[in-house]
Ligand binder design. Structure first.
Ligand code: 3HC
Length: 307
């Protein structure tokens, strides 16, 4: 690695000048970004499945249209992030193969089942709410295409979170059964949503470098704390109880103390043993197989008209 190029790269980071695809960058910086950005894209694509499960069962045409719009947005976010990853020299076919063979990770939260309509509310409110917390921070990431992708994606994520919160508001102000359904959904989605921020900083093998390279601008725990402090008053407003007996306001800290995540569950789901991991990968590999003819036709057309 040429010292001069490394020095120039580091000076750009220091001056908060974004790194563009054609700029020189350390191999490890490139590799870390390909890993993180492709897994982000995989999360968007797999994230379509739990909600897609309810499009045909939405309680009204209005809710069906909103949910369809949201799921379509997620597809667009995934494609946008795959394009951004390709600017680093990654091959999309390789990325998809890594997802379909279980080599690549995606957000563990999507390996939980969506068993009632209230889950559409809890997923939008909590999962998209957590994603926004993380993605707003990533708008300041040092890699320019990723930063630009985040600016665009965050605009749509806020709609995702609002529509989910509105479902929870309607249900928590509805019948006794609807209130119970909303509470049950909060009970099941609270901890998986906290897991989205990753391991504690002390146990995060990637964070130190990611922070040094300004890929990450805040730590896993800082973002998780901000999420908890944002959501607790929202749950209070809904009249729902967050399933954490250790949750309490800490005046000295100026934030909430909260219980410990079940890290055995986290790593078990991350490593493929969650309730829906197999179902999710089966759906993705089937979709990939069913779409093969479209890709082949598009490639044949492009090759025929390339000259
Ligand atoms: N699910 C699955 N794997 C996870 C995870 C999670 N919630 N949290 C961490 N991991 C994995 C990491 O990928 C890493 O594994 P790897 O080295 O094999 O890639 C390992 O656990 C160690 O974690 P680290 O904290 O050291 O890894 P990172 O520094 O990459 O931090 C992260 C993890 C916070 C998820 C970070 O990668 C990140 O901010 N990624 C970008 C945002 C993102 O991917 N969000 C996913 C949700 S997108 C979404 O929800 C869509 C929305 O529309 C609903």
């Amino acid at each position: 690695m040429s010292d001069k190029k490394l020095e120039e790269f580091e000076n750009k980071l220091k001056a908060d000048i974004k790194i563009e695809p054609r700029d020189w960058m350390p191999d490890d910086y490139r590799k870390n970004l390909i890993r993180m950005m492709s897994q982000h894209a995989h999360s968007e694509i797999v994230g379509m499945l739990p909600e897609g499960n309810w499009i045909t069962r939405a309680p009204s045409l209005k809710r069906k249209k909103i949910l369809m719009a949201k799921v379509q947005d997620e597809a667009g976010h995934g494609l946008y992030l795959y394009c951004a990853t390709e600017t680093l020299g990654a091959d999309r076919k390789d990325l998809i193969e890594q997802l379909n063979t279980g080599k690549a990770k995606y957000a563990s939260v999507f390996n939980y089942p969506t068993t009632t309509w209230a889950d559409m509310g809890a997923v939008g409110w909590l999962v998209d709410g957590a994603a926004i917390m993380n993605q707003v921070s990533l708008q300041r990431t040092s890699y320019a295409p990723y930063s630009r992708a985040m600016v665009r994606i965050c605009k749509e994520e806020s709609f995702h979170q609002r529509q989910g919160f509105e479902i929870m508001e309607v249900m928590s102000n509805g019948t006794k059964e609807q209130r119970e359904m909303a509470q049950d959904a909060l009970d099941r989605w609270w901890w998986p949503a906290l897991m989205m921020f990753g391991p504690h900083d002390a146990n995060s093998p990637r964070s130190a470098k990611s922070l040094l390279w300004k890929i990450k601008r805040e730590t896993n725990d800082e973002l998780r704390q901000r999420f908890v402090d944002r959501v607790v008053p929202q749950a209070d407003f809904l009249g729902l109880k967050i399933p954490d007996p250790d949750l309490k306001w800490n005046e000295k800290k100026g934030g909430h103390d909260f219980g410990e995540i079940d890290w055995d569950e986290f790593y078990s789901v991350v490593n493929g043993n969650g309730p829906c991991n197999r179902e999710r990968l089966k759906a993705r590999t089937e979709a990939d197989e069913n779409g093969r003819w479209v890709r082949e036709a598009a490639e044949a057309y492009a090759a025929k008209h390339a000259s």
